[in-house]
Design a protein. Structure first.
Length: 573
């Protein structure tokens, strides 16, 4: 073993050092390992690769290449897999109740595998939406030297000479229901929208959290926007394996990197790129793993003062491939730093600060994706926090690319997404109304479903900005239109959203950051007295367990107390 590493001080000593560990070592010899390999640090390579969706199909080959980097720099790689739930396939039916829950299962499964086998460092590969925060949460929880690698985005499809993504297919479903898209055209579109491997190409949740990985310092600079089919992904995987060994030698850990200032930088990048509202759920959850208080209102406050500078789908023109060609997320961070919107001091997995990394970036005035902060698309962020009598614990809306930022109208209430989608399909939604979809929160769903099928169908019918939609569930990062999610307290806990009745006036102001129910306190008190908790159909299994443990969306929909309650950190066992 290299003199850089003292195995007797690493977690893997518990499974490989000393006469009493002879039985453990016999298992390693059974797998063909040499004495020298057993004496090296053990590096976990966690992959969320599977055949569920194109987001994940290149992850295992990338993870296998990562082994080469680990070995080249003095480590012994130990690869294992975790699950994913792919939102594009789970969307619009009961399967979506499993999506957010998968974030916890991914974090937990990586944690227990690393704990059980006493690994010394971690490189994690993820592609689908919840697998990114889930993987990063496990790194922060374990606090062993770690690097996060995104599997890369899909290339855009081409339909009749135009770039398209899966969102165009969801919206075409609405156009078909409205009689504006013949079935044959819908079939043609679905066959070309996703041309190969990789995660959804727009600034949806996967790419948003991939940007977070770089902004927060857990990913190598300009590594995550390289599309999945590109050869450069192989080089990135190997480089991550090499660099994690440098972090182990330095004992540079995720919580040294992910300070409060780093979380603030990450929130800035989400807002500046018009990223997914789901980041306002995942950043607080990740912060909790570090023992940092960083809730929806902290995120919203940062969003409020951040210029929107990236012309990315769904609000803009471009996709991740274009961002990569424009210089990656670091190009956008370059102008944010120059404008005083980023803290340069947080450390990163390069062993340098964010500011030092950005010194190596030259602003490219010829690229089209990023505007300079002195000339933004809009002066404030693409995502806005809301608070008011309908959402005392907050809510969130993505306004990137929207013209209309205020909305007042009568409520049209649905107690589940299926009923709302059926009404949209029948064109039974009036212009000017505020659609309420409730009992879809973390506890009430359970699982806090995304509503992309419904919102995309509305948009496809030309109703995207003619109605508003409010839910205690979530929206996809691909959602566009006046769509407000994460309303808290949720209906299942007796929040005001559970007391709304058809015809109630609701006023939303995304400029002032307010969301109010125009019903007197007396009437609300009367309704509250009549309100009774609902029972859902999930009274056993993983969904039941999640509902018992999950906290409010404003705190990240957490299922455990986080680092603030720790008495020890795994990395120090």
């Amino acid at each position: 073993m290299s003199k850089r590493f003292d195995k007797t001080k690493l977690p893997s000593r518990h499974v490989s050092v000393g006469p009493e560990r002879a039985p453990h070592r016999s298992y390693y010899y059974a797998m063909g390992m040499t004495e020298e390999e057993i004496n090296r640090p053990f590096v976990a390579i966690a992959s969320a690769g599977n055949d569920s969706a194109p987001c994940n199909t290149t992850l295992d080959p990338q993870a296998n290449l990562c082994r080469e980097g680990v070995i080249a720099n003095g480590g012994t790689p130990r690869r294992f897999n975790t699950i994913t739930v792919t939102d594009g396939i789970a969307m619009g039916h009961q399967g979506m109740k499993s999506s957010l829950i998968s974030r916890e299962i991914i974090a937990d499964s990586v944690e227990v595998s690393v704990r059980g086998h006493c690994y010394d460092a971690l490189v994690g590969f993820a592609g689908c939406d919840k697998s990114l925060p889930g993987m990063m949460m496990s790194m922060l929880r374990l606090n062993v030297p770690s690097i996060f690698v995104y599997g890369g985005s899909i290339l855009p499809g081409t339909y009749r000479g135009e770039d398209v993504t899966v969102v165009d297919v969801f919206e075409a479903v609405g156009q078909h229901a409205a009689g504006n898209c013949p079935l044959q055209e819908l079939i043609e579109l679905e066959k070309v929208a996703c041309p190969g491997h990789g995660a959804c190409g727009g600034q949806f949740t996967a790419n948003t959290m991939a940007c977070v990985g770089e902004a927060i310092g857990l990913s190598l600079p300009n590594s995550n926007m390289s599309p999945a089919p590109y050869k450069s992904r192989e080089e990135i995987a190997i480089a991550a394996g090499k660099q994690v060994m440098e972090l182990l030698a330095l004992n540079l850990r995720p919580r040294d990197i992910c300070t409060r200032e780093a979380f603030e930088n990450a929130a800035r990048v989400v807002a500046a790129t018009g990223g997914s509202t789901n980041a306002a759920l995942h950043l607080p959850a990740m912060a909790s793993e570090c023992g940092i208080e960083f809730d929806l209102f902290d995120v919203a406050e940062i969003f409020k003062s951040t210029p929107y500078i990236a012309d990315l789908k769904p609000g803009g023109k471009y996709v991740a491939k274009d961002m990569h060609e424009a210089g990656g997320v670091y190009m956008g961070m370059k102008t944010l730093l120059d404008g005083g919107f980023l803290d340069p001091n947080p450390m990163t997995v390069t062993g340098k600060t964010l500011g030092e990394n950005l010194e190596e970036i030259t602003w490219n005035p010829d690229q089209k994706v990023f505007y300079e902060v002195s000339n933004p698309i809009t002066p404030t962020g693409g995502v806005v926090g809301l608070k008011g009598s309908l959402a005392p614990d907050g809510a969130i809306v993505k306004v990137a690319g929207m013209d209309r930022l205020q909305f007042t109208g009568p409520a049209r209430v649905f107690d589940c997404e299926e009923d709302a989608f059926a009404a949209v399909e029948k064109r039974d939604i009036a212009e000017g109304c505020v659609i309420i979809i409730r009992y879809e929160g973390p506890k009430g769903g359970p699982g806090m479903r995304e509503m992309l099928s419904t919102t995309a169908a509305l948009y496809g019918q030309g109703m995207g900005e003619k109605v508003a939609l409010i839910t205690d569930g979530r929206f996809s990062g691909a959602t566009r239109g006046f769509c407000i999610g994460h309303v808290g307290p949720e209906a299942a806990e007796g929040g005001p959203i559970g007391l709304v009745e058809d015809g109630d006036t609701i006023a939303i102001d995304a400029v002032a950051g307010t969301i109010d129910l125009d019903v007197s306190d007396d009437v609300l008190a009367e309704r509250k007295a009549r309100w009774k908790p609902r029972t859902n159909d999930y009274q056993s299994g993983a969904l039941w367990r999640f509902a018992q443990n999950v906290g409010p969306a404003s705190k990240g929909a957490l299922t455990h107390p986080g680092a603030s309650s720790e008495t020890h950190v795994y990395a120090d066992i």
